[in-house]
Design a protein around this ligand. Structure first.
Ligand code: THU
Length: 175
């Protein structure tokens, strides 16, 4: 990750403002641009894209995370958001959640109150770790509980599989 002291927040904000100039916000009249550093050194951006069906409008952060994944993926260590006059904005709640997926609690955001970690902007965040546990549990429900229904169990590095007497997988536990 790029050390905090090396980050050129002014340059990152300029990229967000530039993206803001391409926003499509005819309904709210509130253009937004965002920019983030990726841990491989790239900078990615996004702008809001609204819709005549108002509720379908996309926040700028939606474009940013889509751009991230469509260009090799990666983690987001630094992020900023700019409004129509170039001012620093805080991301909305939903977008904090989008950012959490790819930046985690240590993602640093530029806010009107200074540079803050996402953990302070989205406390007790729900994230991929919660799903991991749930997925493991739901998969476990597939496990054939009656021992006579499985012939053999193989321990794997990421869980176990149950095999029937034909060697077919009849259950999995992923951890
Ligand atoms: N908006 C964003 O793009 N990101 C945010 O984090 C806050 C809100 C957009 C959505 C809508 O197009 C406009 O700003 C007004 O809410």
């Amino acid at each position: 990750m790029t050390p905090r002291s090396d980050v050129d927040w002014d340059a990152l904000r300029e990229r967000a403002r530039d993206a803001m100039s391409r926003a499509y916000a005819p309904y709210s009249g509130y253009p937004v641009g965002v920019a983030a550093l990726v841990d491989d050194g790239r900078t990615i951006t996004g702008c809001n894209v609204e819709n005549a069906s108002y509720g379908l409008g996309l926040c700028a952060e939606c474009g940013l995370v889509a751009e991230l994944h469509n260009t090799r993926g990666g983690r987001l260590p630094h992020f900023t958001c700019a409004g129509g006059r170039g001012e620093v904005l805080v991301p909305c709640g939903r977008c904090r959640q989008l950012l959490y997926e790819f930046g985690g609690p240590d993602l640093l955001l530029e806010t009107p109150a200074g540079i803050l970690p996402l953990s302070e902007m989205l406390t007790q965040a729900f994230g991929p770790d919660h799903i991991e546990g749930a997925v493991a549990l739901s998969r476990q429900e597939n496990w054939p509980h009656r021992p006579q229904d499985w012939q053999m169990a193989l321990q794997l590095s990421n869980g176990a599989v149950a095999l029937d007497d034909q060697g077919r997988v009849t259950g999995t536990i992923l951890v």
